[in-house]
Ligand binder design. Structure first.
Ligand SMILES: Cc1cc2nc3c(=O)[nH]c(=O)nc-3n(C[C@H](O)[C@H](O)[C@H](O)COP(=O)(O)OP(=O)(O)OC[C@H]3O[C@@H](n4cnc5c(N)ncnc54)[C@H](O)[C@@H]3O)c2cc1C
Ligand SMILES: NC(=O)c1ccc[n+]([C@@H]2O[C@H](COP(=O)([O-])OP(=O)(O)OC[C@H]3O[C@@H](n4cnc5c(N)ncnc54)[C@H](O)[C@@H]3O)[C@@H](O)[C@H]2O)c1
Length: 474
């Protein structure tokens, strides 16, 4: 007979997002169980954000030193690839999740290892090493089952053991050559990381430039940076066939050309982890991203008990944005358990994920870095805003002091009716830390007239704000 346990909240998936949802429900006084089929900490900790940024960081530090006269002369060698990989291993906790389990238990969360799926209204079944367990929820079930790489139907792909982001972030050796399919965020970050570690990298995309969903100048500057690291860019094309060969893979491109590489990384997007979690038992279609409202409730299910956050949704696939949605969903659940229905709460309340609409920040950790928030100029136009756009070369004193020959650009998109900032994009070395200022301007809808009084210290890169406002006409 299957054992049954009852909790206030059952959370499926112990990635960063599930952990946050569980912890906030627990700190709100609810009993919570968190079920994870693989490692607590999920993709971000072991095969995504943390190891990928660790692979990039040493190369960025070395490039930064080489851009400053006086420091440049002190740099005599190349990256120590083995040391970079060792450092990366420690940032992935050596793929051991015991620290995360300790943290979860310390936060008052019950943890269960096993594969979980819905079996009906407020009911979950878990299959684990110790058999089956049924978990009934008094208040809510939260789906945080994440996403997995999406492989395109390229003939021969199943014969060549392609890398996905998992192998690209955890490999223990530098391949002599690496072909990367997809010049999105994963593609550009991993292309640069492995190129700087000594691999000969070719990056292929159907689009006309890397990161083609972002402002046009982003792709141009990132492409320039990648080329300087020796990355070969093949745009407006894709793979027509791959075949295994001695020592690697033979790649045939749609433009008729072909080449060989030791490894092929496929980085062409993600599919949501919604295939085998019992969605059919509650009337939903498996395999699709789950449509979610601003309170975290799954659309199409009655009773306000089924929530979803993170990569399994139709919202931006970013750790920080998933954790934001998790905090909001948890607060909605805790309030409802206390007898308060907050699902009609206003935009920008702590129960509503309003920032998902037009205020999502993202950093692409290449060199040059890309930092964006809010709407691009074309998005704003498509959404019917009357906009103006201010473009700027990053030549402020802080930038040129930061690195000899500093290269970067910025764009600010302004809503002409309200005179507020709709979106900002920065590209350049170390612009990531500038981004939160832009996020605050966008979220707070600070009128430009007031922003004029936020004086950037001299000589910092943040003087870009002054130049953007001056170029706007202030
Ligand atoms: C290479 C790479 C680099 C990235 N870098 C960044 C970055 O720098 N910054 C950023 O913000 N985002 C980054 N992302 C995106 C980020 O990793 C994801 O948005 C984030 O991990 C999503 O968290 P999640 O908890 O929703 O999903 P996941 O991290 O995928 O966690 C879901 C968890 O659910 C578990 N699970 C699935 N099904 C079940 C089941 N049936 N029962 C029990 N458990 C289950 C899985 O084992 C997994 O542990 C990166 C992604 C990649 C691929
Ligand atoms: N720093 C970060 O914030 C960060 C880093 C890595 C990943 N992520 C997240 O992970 C998710 C997945 O990233 P991703 O790079 O895999 O997806 P993506 O959607 O960002 O990029 C996929 C790229 O693959 C290309 N492509 C798709 N099919 C192709 C084909 N058959 N042939 C050639 N090119 C093809 C697309 O044109 C696109 O440029 C994203 O949602 C991203 O937000 C974030």
């Amino acid at each position: 007979m299957t054992e049954t346990k009852r909790y206030d909240v059952v959370v499926l998936g112990g990635g960063a997002v599930g952990e946050n949802a569980a912890a906030r429900c627990a700190s709100g006084g609810l009993s919570v169980v968190l079920v994870e089929t693989d490692r607590f900490g999920g993709e971000c900790s072991y095969w995504a954000c943390m190891p990928s940024k660790a692979l990039l960081r040493s190369g960025h530090a070395l490039a930064a030193a080489r851009r400053v006269g006086g420091a440049r002369e002190a740099v005599s060698g190349d990256l120590d690839a083995n040391e970079v990989l060792r450092r990366r291993d420690s940032f992935a906790s050596h793929w051991n999740d015991s620290g995360q389990v300790d943290w979860a238990e310390g936060a008052g969360i019950e943890v269960v290892r096993g594969n979980a799926h819905l079996v009906g209204n407020r009911a979950v079944e878990v299959r684990g090493a110790e058999g089956a367990l049924r978990l009934d929820a008094n208040h809510a079930v939260v789906l945080c089952t994440g996403s997995a790489p999406n492989l395109p139907p390229v003939p021969g792909l199943d014969q060549v053991e392609p890398w996905t982001s998992r192998e690209a972030t955890s490999a223990q050796r530098v391949p002599s050559s690496l072909a990367v399919l997809g010049a999105g965020v994963v593609g550009v970050e991993m292309a640069q990381a492995w190129a700087r570690l000594g691999s000969e990298v070719t990056l292929i995309d159907t689009g006309s430039r890397p990161l083609h969903g972002m402002e046009e100048f982003v792709g141009e500057l990132v492409a320039q940076g990648l080329r300087e690291d020796g990355v070969h860019l093949r745009t407006d094309t894709s793979l027509s066939r791959v075949t295994p060969e001695e020592g690697g893979v033979r790649l045939e491109l749609q433009d008729g050309s072909s080449f060989s590489a030791q490894r092929l990384l496929v980085a062409t997007g993600r599919r949501p982890g919604t295939e085998e979690i019992g969605l059919e038992t509650v009337g939903l279609r498996p395999g699709e991203p789950l449509s979610v409202d601003d309170h975290g409730l799954v659309r199409g299910v009655d009773g306000r008990w089924l929530f979803v956050v993170g990569d399994a949704t139709d919202q931006p696939r970013l750790t920080h944005q998933g954790k934001y949605a998790a905090r909001i969903a948890a607060d909605v659940i805790v309030a409802a358990a206390d007898g308060t229905d907050v699902t009609g709460a206003a935009d920008w309340s702590t129960y509503t994920a309003t920032a998902n609409h037009g205020a999502v920040p993202q950093v692409v950790f290449t060199d040059p870095e890309v930092a964006t928030v809010g709407r691009t100029s074309s998005q704003a136009e498509r959404e019917g805003y009357r906009t103006s756009t201010v473009d700027l070369e990053l030549t402020v004193a802080g930038a040129v002091l930061h690195a000899d020959g500093y290269r970067g650009s910025a764009r600010m998109v302004v809503d002409e009716d309200r005179k507020v900032v709709l979106g900002v994009t920065f590209v350049g070395q170390d612009v990531a830390e500038l981004l939160h200022s832009a996020t605050i301007a966008v979220v707070a809808e600070v009128p430009l007239e007031r922003l004029w009084h936020a004086v950037p210290p001299f000589p910092t890169i943040s003087e870009v704000w002054l130049r953007l406002l001056e170029n706007y006409g202030m």
